[in-house]
Design a protein around this ligand. Structure first.
Ligand code: SF4
Ligand code: SF4
Length: 200
């Protein structure tokens, strides 16, 4: 059983100021009916990272159901989620918890709340930068740019050297034939989430 932070019972019953439109927007954007969750905790028990999360997956769902927007968007659980889909596969109600976490990460960035795990966001951004440049990932460059952001050059030096020696890391990036098609995916579009911005 995960040992996570929990909101006290008093706070849970104090729903004043909580935003009911938050759950509706998450449902609309993720396509997941979070109201089907009966809090069996199967997702939390199967999640390989729930012990490290402040709110385990079932608790994040609960925060959303109750309109605790700041807590859900500001928690570390949504960033420690690696999208392995174990929770989504095991949920008896077929709730796609990983898709909900995806939407919550997007909303956290959009609303400008303090990101609980900024280094994870930095890493995501470097992976996306690499895909935009080459159409695929160049792992050595991703790691070097990530290290540069952290100003941390030497902590994984030995491991990186071993990977290079075993040719697990390529020195030079390879590029797909038509990288423009991939770059087009990164062009900003009209606010896709606009139809889901529900005010109750
Ligand atoms: S497994 Fe599904 S129903 Fe059970 S707590 Fe997780 S999301 Fe809710
Ligand atoms: S998708 Fe995320 S929340 Fe679900 S089991 Fe994997 S790491 Fe845990």
């Amino acid at each position: 059983m995960p040992n996570n932070t929990s909101i006290s019972t008093n706070v849970l019953f104090d729903l004043k100021g909580k935003d009911p439109s938050f759950a509706a927007e998450v449902k609309c954007r993720s396509g997941v009916d979070i109201n089907l969750c009966w809090h069996c905790q199967t997702c939390a028990n199967g999640c390989p990272f729930s012990q490290a999360m402040d709110y385990a997956p079932n608790r994040v769902i609960r925060l959303v159901q109750l309109g605790f927007q700041a807590e859900a968007l500001g928690c570390s659980g949504i960033w420690l989620c690696v999208g392995c889909n174990t929770c989504s596969i095991q949920c008896p109600n077929a709730i796609d918890v990983a898709a909900v976490n995806d939407v919550l990460r997007e909303m956290a960035i959009e609303t400008g709340v303090h990101v609980a795990q900024p280094q994870i966001l930095d890493f995501h951004n470097e992976v996306l930068n690499s895909i935009e440049r080459y159409g695929r990932t160049h792992k050595l460059e991703i790691m070097l740019r990530f290290k540069f952001r952290k100003r941390d050059w030497f902590s994984d030096f030995g491991l990186g050297f071993k990977m290079l020696a075993k040719r697990k890391l390529e020195f030079l990036p390879s590029r797909i034939r038509d990288v423009t098609q991939i770059r087009n995916l990164f062009q900003p579009e009209a606010d896709e989430a606009a139809p889901c911005k529900i005010k109750i």
